[in-house]
Design a binder for this molecule. Sequence first.
Ligand code: ADP
Ligand code: TPP
Ligand code: MG
Length: 318
Amino acid sequence: MSEFDIIKKYFSRPVKQDMLGVGDDCALFSAANGFDIAVSKDLLIEDIHFFHDVDPISLGHKSLTVSLSDLAAMGASPLACLLGIAMPVANEKWLAKFSEGFYNLSNCVGCPLIGGDTVRSQQGIIISITVLGQVPFGQAIRRDGAQIDDEIWVSGDLGSADIACRIISSKIENNKFLLSRTINSLEWPNARLNLGHSLRGVANSAIDISDGLIQDLTHILNASNLGAFVYYDNLPFDNFLLDSLSKDDIKKSILNGGDVYELCFTAPKCQHNNIINISKELNIKLSLIGGIVSKRGLDIIYNDGSILDNIPSGFSHF
Ligand SMILES: Nc1ncnc2c1ncn2[C@@H]1O[C@H](COP(=O)(O)OP(=O)(O)O)[C@@H](O)[C@H]1O
Ligand SMILES: Cc1ncc(C[n+]2csc(CCOP(=O)(O)OP(=O)(O)O)c2C)c(N)n1
Ligand SMILES: [Mg+2]
């Protein structure tokens, strides 16, 4: 099967009439008046970002999710996406499933695939997604917008995806029940697009958690030139973890575990009740985990007042 056959069969579904999708040198679509365009690209590499034997349907879903999550973090809505894919062989069974997982999500959130590139790699599968989104002019929620005295919030639960990842890579003891409880967080994450929209005009800053809470919150602090405290005992995680893991394993995963795709955001105290209402309306758990201060640095404080001395660092490729 040639490169063009692959594109035609797996990556050429029709798009809306007002767009030019797959098939020409460029895709075309019009930008709406009064909106900024939001663009983000991510790479996913076999055995670095996903296990080689992962179900390709979930990989198709997750590849798009990680990019949609960047749009969510800025309060943007998806417009379209591009897919770069490199693979050593054209495995039709794999392609059919990957494309199914990808298009299921793309249809669901209204983010049509309008272009990309398909090439052979010498080794391993490489996936690169670019998403394009829009956000009302000037309303994007940025990393550099945190303000002194902001409350720090996080959506959903932390740590589960990292636990699943560590079980599969034999870094923690294999435990069938724990893996079945955590695997969906790793393989089927969902971008918090609705939450991102609701936070426009409410949050001062936001980031999606891909590399771990501490590392990603630190990006907000560095960009905003501020510091923070985080109440360790307020950090949300699935209580099921307590049954089979040591406190240290849980701590490592909730502070530094990546692949979370929840949002961490900061908002002024006057928005507190509004945020509680957003949580109820969207049925998304939102936890108040700390506050922003002027003094640079990050303190993680336990209920008894003690401070965690060695904050472990999060995911870094190098
Ligand atoms: N090779 C690159 N060239 C230009 N910009 C890059 C490159 N790699 C990362 N960036 C930019 O650096 C910033 C941080 O990237 P990253 O940590 O990957 O963000 P995210 O977690 O949102 O994907 C982003 O603005 C991203 O676009
Ligand atoms: C096989 C495998 N090993 C390790 C991980 C964990 N992991 C790989 S990359 C990563 C961080 C996120 O990737 P990155 O490329 O930094 O994403 P970005 O911050 O750009 O969104 C994590 C937690 C995984 N998901 N799969
Ligand atoms: Mg990135």
